[in-house]
Design a protein around this ligand. Sequence first.
Ligand code: ATP
Ligand code: F1X
Length: 315
Amino acid sequence: MIVTLTPNPSVDHALVIDELERGEVLRAADARLDAGGKGVNVSRALAANGAETVAVVPVGGHQGHLLADLLGATGVSHRDVPISGAIRMNVSVLEPDGTTTKLNEPGPVLSEAETRAMVDATLSAAEGAAWVAVCGSLPPGVSTDVYSDLADGVRARGARFVVDSSGAPFLAAVATKPNLIKPNHEELAELVGHDLPTLRDVLAAARELVTSGIEIVAVSLGADGALLVTEGDAAHAQAKVTTPVSTVGAGDCMLAGLLHGLASGLPISEALVGGVAWGSAAVALPGSSVPTPDDVRRVAPALSPELPLSLELGH
Ligand SMILES: Nc1ncnc2c1ncn2[C@@H]1O[C@H](COP(=O)(O)OP(=O)(O)OP(=O)(O)O)[C@@H](O)[C@H]1O
Ligand SMILES: O=P(O)(O)OC[C@@]1(O)O[C@H](CO)[C@@H](O)[C@@H]1O
C-alpha cells in the first residue's frame, strides 16, 4: 500500500489553445478538469493501474468539493482533512507542439490545527503502508518543520518516506534524509546549488545526495528519461513519445510507476523502466490524465545498456 499526502492539492483546469499570446483574448479549443496536486496524481496513477493507495488531502471551499467528487469518480480512496480556506484551481495552457504553461495559485492558508490534523491523518493512513509519499508545494502557513514530523512518524510506523517538492520546502525535506526523493532536472540543480548540463553532472549531484544519507535518488529528465542512483547502483532509462500532448503530472506518474515497481519487489533498474513507461505514457495524454495499463503498454521504455554520461540534457 502506498499513501500519498498532497499538502496543497488543486483542481487542474487544462485549456487547449493554438498559440499562447500575451495580452490577447485566446479561445480555448478544448478544456478539462482533473483532480490535481502531485500526491493526488501519484495516487490516481496507482489506482488506475490497480495498485492499493490512499490519498490524504486538505479539502475546503467549492474546489474542495469538486476535488472530492473528481477523486470519487476515478475510484481513488482519499482521506479528506477539512480546512476553512478554499483549495486551489491551477490552470495549464496546452499548445499543439506539446508546450505546457502552468499558472499555479499559492493555495489556502492552513492554521496550525489544520496542519496538525493533516499530519495525523497521514500517519494514521501510514499504519501498515510500505511507502508514504509527500508531494508538491506547501500551502501558506505550513512550516517546513512539517517534514521532520512526517519523516519521524512515517519511520516509527515502519514505512519508507518519499518526498517530491521544489524550492526551500524541498531543501528542508531533503535534510530529513527521505528514503527516496524525485527531483526533476531543475530541482536537482537547486538542491545542489549549481547547473547540471550533462548526465555526468546529474549523476555526480545524485551521488552527492546519496552519500549524504538518501537511499534512492530518482531524477526525472523530461524527454531525456530518468536516472536512478543508489549507493551501489545507477541506471538510466528513456522512452520516445512521438506526439507529446501534456507534460502536466508526468513526473508524478513516473514516481507512481517507480514506487509501484519497488513495492512489488522489482530490482531498481526494472522499477525505473516501469516509472519511465508510466511517465512517458502520461505525456501522450491530455491535461493531468494518468495512464491506464493499456496506455503504458503503448510505450517502449528502454534501459540504457551503459549510462550515456555525455548526454547534453534538454536538447
Ligand atoms: N517529451 C517527453 N518525451 C518522452 N517522455 C517524457 C517527456 N517528458 C516527460 N517524459 C517522461 O515523464 C517523466 C517525468 O517528466 P519530467 O522530468 O518533465 O517531470 P516533472 O518536471 O517532475 O513533471 P511534473 O512536475 O509536471 O509532474 C520523465 O522521466 C519521462 O519518463
Ligand atoms: O504547486 P505545486 O504543488 O508545486 O504543483 C502543483 C501541480 O502543478 O503539480 C501537478 C503536476 O505535477 C499538478 O496536478 C498541480 O497543479
